[in-house]
Write a protein of this length. Structure first.
Length: 202
């Protein structure tokens, strides 16, 4: 099987895990957003990670208008009862957690799209040692593979691995490529948009 086919198979397995385990959370998230909009509140999105900034770019052709884009320095726009959808590869970076904390303090209801990564393997850089899911009303696990690597190097194909420093999350930079997080986040994001639109139409 080619590497491209291997990557597609990894994506299929990843998506299967999301559908098998996260459908209730997706439905609950759609209901939360639809209810908030119906009651006159607003729904925002702060999307980070692979692909997501492009999915939410202002002026992007085909961009939906259900979730308003929110920059990390714009949390003062949030009002009690508003909803904030947040995506990230791991949801552990300090600036990302700061957005979740600020949103929570302003009374926003948070939906997180990120994996609840093991803190022993993924460094939580915020002083509180929390991740965005700790502040979320609903957390949707993306079930990405360890290290967000779909195609890992095989034993014997590398040397001096111990000399290679870890990345910003503390994940060792072992040989491998092709993350699934961006594709899965985008799929979950658009599934959520579809589910909200369907509820609004009803």
């Amino acid at each position: 099987m080619s590497l491209a086919a291997d990557y597609l198979a990894a994506l299929d397995a990843n998506l299967d895990a999301v559908i098998a385990h996260e459908t209730p959370q997706l439905r609950a998230a759609a209901a939360l957003i639809a209810e908030a909009l119906r009651e006159g509140h607003r729904a925002y999105e702060y999307l980070a990670g692979h692909l997501m900034p492009y999915e939410s770019a202002v002026g992007r052709r085909g961009r939906h208008d259900l979730l308003l884009p929110l920059a990390e320095n714009e949390t003062d726009r949030l009002q009690p009862g508003d909803v904030l959808v947040m995506t990230h590869q791991y949801g552990v970076l300090e600036r990302y957690v700061d957005v979740a904390i600020a949103a929570k303090e302003r009374g926003a209801r948070i939906i997180a799209i990120a994996p609840p990564s093991d803190p022993a393997k993924i460094i939580r850089t915020h002083p509180t040692q929390t991740w965005v899911g700790d502040y979320a009303e609903i957390a949707i696990d993306t079930h990405i593979p360890e290290g967000d690597v779909a195609l890992a190097g095989k034993e014997g194909h590398h040397t001096h691995l111990a000399e290679v420093p870890p990345n910003e999350y503390g994940v060792p930079l072992f040989p491998g490529a092709c993350p699934t997080s961006g594709v899965i986040q985008a799929l979950v994001h658009w599934m959520l948009v579809c589910a909200v639109a369907e509820r609004r139409a009803r």
